[in-house]
Design a protein around this ligand. Structure first.
Ligand SMILES: Cc1cc2nc3c(=O)[nH]c(=O)nc-3n(C[C@H](O)[C@H](O)[C@H](O)COP(=O)(O)OP(=O)(O)OC[C@H]3O[C@@H](n4cnc5c(N)ncnc54)[C@H](O)[C@@H]3O)c2cc1C
Length: 440
């Protein structure tokens, strides 16, 4: 293993998993973590793999998206998932952890590994020598973020989170919401459209401008980017700004009335299976309870079930389809990998998943073995494929859901049955990949 060495920058969820996978395979790793000397606005201590917010890693049920992803991680011997299960606290079907126990046991476990050295130091520039895995997360420190900006030619790096809420397709009232593209351009049913009468719009507007917002952390930059203003900020500029802006009804006719509505909320399909739709232009920093209450005032969304709420906090992530291969290698330098939230994935389990995959890929690259991520019919593979083949013009962080998987060859109408079939196929295909490339 002489001359073979990997540098991992960032001892969060992705970096810790990557470092473990590499060291376990006998390749020396140096893991750089800047805490506790230099802190981020969200982390509280110096342990590795600190969980910054909710202590839940989501469901463990195999017929849920979180459960399928975790079962694949377990099959591949994820170190962080093992530690999460050890630190589990009661939370129904969800894997919630005692965050202190979790991060302490990850820190302890990694510190004992023979080939792994943990160095507490802030890295300010991406090292040019050796194989490097960049896992510095959504709160990457300043100098390093500037260097990433150089690498991604500035325009391909985002410093803010702009996620809009996503709702389950089955919870949308299709007797009110209609399919259409503006001026009938596109495929006709590219968007779902929730039409407002004037009265409905004013009720929504008045509730929106008064709704509770999540206060910004002192350390966060309160300046919003014009292209990505929260919906409530746009609304606060005047009664009609939404109706002339993201809710403009031009080119749309409500088939129930044969007329143009006063305003329209467009919903865009969010996954291949059309199980989820995102509210277009609805990036927001309203509290989750306010989002539930206010967005259900939109006609047709009265019973909306939210797959994901909108969030707005500082978030550094690359425009993955422009910057990354599906192996998490950068297009410009194949010995440099970007993982975790910085790679354009969203969520704790997704961060662990990308760390695991990139760790495997870095080892294979050093050993001269072929690089191949799992197929897009698996949860792990679908994440890798999703970031590399997404539309770069509207790239937003990717979270795993069944809709990311390649569709089944034969259509299964019933949701539970469909998910079961997708999960079974994923499990089989992961197994085939493991055998084919002798992964374990
Ligand atoms: C405020 C906030 C709340 C979130 N809440 C949730 C949630 O509830 N549920 C969820 O699923 N996801 C949440 N996320 C999103 C995401 O899943 C987590 O941020 C997750 O921890 C990402 O994993 P990561 O490994 O990419 O980054 P991190 O876990 O943040 O790890 C990055 C590590 O790199 C270190 N680092 C940064 N810069 C340097 C440097 N220059 N040199 C050395 N080390 C450096 C940091 O100290 C950190 O330890 C949240 C994100 C944020 C910012």
């Amino acid at each position: 293993m002489e001359n073979k060495h990997v540098i991992v920058i960032g001892g969060g969820l992705a970096g810790s998993e990557a470092a473990y996978q590499i060291a376990k395979r006998g390749i020396p790793v140096t893991l750089y973590e800047m805490r506790p000397q230099v802190m981020t606005p969200a982390h509280k201590g110096g342990e590795l793999a600190e969980i910054v917010c909710s202590n839940s890693l989501g469901s463990l049920d195999i017929d849920t998206s979180g459960g399928l992803l975790k079962s694949e991680l377990q099959r591949l011997g994820s170190f962080l998932l093992e530690k999460a299960v050890d630190a589990r606290v009661p939370a129904g079907h969800a894997l919630a952890v005692d965050r202190k126990k979790f991060s302490q046991s990850v820190t302890e476990g990694l510190s004992k590994m023979e080939n792994l050295k943990v160095v507490r130091e802030e890295i300010k520039k991406i090292p040019q020598e050796a194989s490097v895995i960049l896992a510095s997360g959504p709160l990457t420190s300043g100098d390093l973020a500037i260097d990433v900006m150089r690498l991604t030619e500035r325009k391909n790096l985002f410093f803010y989170d702009a996620t809009a809420p996503i709702v389950e397709a089955s919870s949308i009232d299709r007797s009110v919401v209609f399919s259409a593209s503006r001026y009938d351009r596109g495929e006709g049913d590219d968007y779902l459209n929730a039409p407002f009468t004037k009265e409905e719009y004013l009720r929504f507007y008045n509730a929106l401008i008064r709704a509770e917002r999540v206060p910004l952390n002192e350390a966060e930059d309160p300046t919003f980017f014009e292209e990505c203003l929260p919906i409530e900020e746009i609304a606060s500029r005047g009664e009609r700004t939404l109706a002339f802006g993201p809710l403009k009804p031009v080119g749309l006719i409500d088939p129930r009335t044969g007329e143009r509505p006063f305003a329209v909320v467009q919903l865009r399909q969010d996954d291949l299976l059309a199980e989820n739709y995102q509210l277009v232009g609805f990036q927001t920093r309203l509290t989750w309870s306010a989002q539930k209450e206010i967005f259900r005032l939109i006609p047709g969304l009265e019973n909306a079930s939210f797959t994901r709420f909108g969030v707005m906090h500082r978030n550094t992530f690359v425009n993955a389809p422009l910057v990354l291969e599906r192996t998490f290698q950068t297009k410009k330098r194949n010995s440099l990998f970007i993982v975790g939230q910085l790679s354009g994935l969203e969520g704790y389990t997704e961060a662990i998943a990308s760390g695991l995959l990139a760790g495997l890929m870095a080892v294979r690259a050093l050993l001269g073995q072929p690089l191949a991520v799992p197929p897009p019919t698996t949860a792990l593979g679908s994440l890798a494929w999703a970031i590399s083949r997404a539309d770069f013009r509207r790239f937003q962080p990717v979270k795993f859901s069944f809709g990311l998987l390649d569709p089944l060859e034969q259509r299964v109408k019933e949701k539970r049955e469909r998910r079961k079939a997708l999960a079974e196929r994923a499990t089989q295909d992961l197994e085939t990949w493991i055998q084919r490339y002798s992964i374990l």
